[in-house]
Design a protein around this ligand. Structure first.
Ligand SMILES: [Zn+2]
Length: 237
């Protein structure tokens, strides 16, 4: 069995890893476009719900005010009737006081009703605005969703192809290199696992590599991790 030079394979694997990171990034940013819209949608839905609840509370308040005003109107009518048949000046003055009091209270309730009406109209405007916004977001989601899914499935295809390519490269390496590659890659978790020996130093961490190690490295027989940063060292071309 002829000894394959592991370094071109390792370089190729490293560059495929970089492409993989780019594809992963592109895949994630497609997802972000959708996530952003979904977030907008759900916060608009919450605001809409709040405004609708507020409107419901106003409706309850209006019917309470109405009821109270009607009761007071009836009481006023009764007092009015009684004042017609009142006999003493004292009794009339007492009834007039009661009527004045009730009229004042009616005016206050009316004012409160008017203010609340204004507030509830503001709420209705918010509801209309949120509903409109939601329609827009839902349309964007529908439009973008299709684009994102297509883009993601294309990216997924590229990622699979790339993984196959990596797999077929890895099996060309000697078992020792395969083992070191697996260990080193799992340590660096998708980040660059390769470093170049430039001159007498690791170009990733500037660790000094002595002459003997360098000579050993150039034979390509055994894998060599940088003692400084633990990346797999590859001689520069
Ligand atoms: Zn290093």
């Amino acid at each position: 069995m002829t000894q394959t030079n592991p370094y071109p394979i390792l370089r190729e694997l490293s560059s495929l890893d970089r492409k993989r990171r780019e594809l992963d990034g592109a895949f994630a940013s497609e997802q972000k476009r959708l996530d952003f819209l979904h977030k907008q949608k759900s916060s608009a839905e919450n605001e809409l719900q709040e405004a609708e609840n507020e409107i419901k509370r106003y409706h309850v308040l209006f019917s309470e005010l109405d009821q109270k005003m009607n009761e007071q109107k009836r009481t006023l009518q009764i007092i009015e009737q009684r004042s017609h048949s009142a006999k003493s000046a004292h009794e009339i003055s007492k009834l007039e006081q009661e009527m004045a009091h009730l009229q004042k209270s009616q005016a206050e309730l009316e004012l409160k009703g008017m203010q609340s009406l204004e507030d509830s109209e503001n709420c209705e405007a918010i509801v209309a605005e949120k509903k409109n916004f939601l329609l827009g977001v839902e349309k964007s989601i529908a439009d973008i969703n299709a684009d994102v899914k297509i883009a993601q499935s294309e990216l997924q295809g590229q990622i699979l192809g790339l993984e196959n390519q990596q797999q077929s490269l890895i099996i060309e390496l000697s078992p020792a290199f395969q083992k070191t590659l697996a260990l080193t890659k799992s340590k660096f978790k998708g980040q660059p696992f390769l470093a170049f020996a430039v001159g007498e130093r690791c170009d990733a961490c500037r660790f000094f590599i002595d002459r003997m190690s360098m000579a050993e490295l150039h034979t390509g027989k055994t894998p060599f991790n940088c003692p400084g940063c633990a990346r797999i060292l590859v001689p520069q071309d």
